[in-house]
Design a protein around this ligand. Structure first.
Ligand code: ATP
Ligand code: MG
Length: 147
């Protein structure tokens, strides 16, 4: 998997519960991303704390961890050129009220916290986050031999 060509996303518990997985996947596909790894799972409190450890000093941390472990999520690795930035553009602002028209968060988020999807914020974090959920045998990048 080449750095810069993939990102990690997670469909958050509320979006899964409200049946938005397939509509969100449709948007992602339409924007030119290829799913190269995917699983539905439920995070324990400890796993959610680890995944969002960067926010542990923030006032909303406890609420965030509670929410992210409240039900199943869908973890996905996506391949595309310029994946990280293009995906952040596709999902829109963290707060759906400030998200641009047509973005995934504008369409599917219900609040700042329950904002439908996560998207990696750098190539470095995309790798860390993909490795958090998937082993090397569970990721299937497109390449010249298999595309
Ligand atoms: P993500 O990392 O999930 O892609 P983001 O990068 O747009 O989101 P971050 O600042 O990394 O935003 O915040 C991580 C997550 O914490 C947000 O997606 C949201 O679920 C939650 N969050 C952020 N700010 C707040 C807040 N003010 N109140 C409640 N929850 C918040
Ligand atoms: Mg973030």
């Amino acid at each position: 998997m080449k750095s810069g060509e993939f990102t990690f996303t997670m469909i958050k518990p509320t979006a899964v519960r409200l049946g938005k997985l397939v509509p969100i996947l449709h948007e992602i596909d339409h924007a030119g991303f290829t799913v190269i790894a995917m699983k539905m799972t439920r995070l324990s409190r400890e796993q959610a704390e680890r995944f969002y450890a960067i926010h542990k000093e923030r006032p909303f941390f406890d609420e965030l961890v509670c929410f992210m472990s409240s039900g199943p999520v869908v973890a996905i690795v996506l391949q595309k050129e310029n994946a990280v930035l293009d995906f952040r553009k596709l999902i829109g602002n963290t707060n759906p009220q400030n998200a641009e028209e047509g973005t995934i968060r504008k369409k599917f988020a219900i609040s700042v916290q329950e904002n439908a999807v996560h998207g990696s914020d750098s190539d470095e974090n995309a790798l860390i986050e993909a490795n958090f959920f998937f082993s090397q045998f569970e990721i299937f990048p497109l390449n010249e031999d298999f595309s």
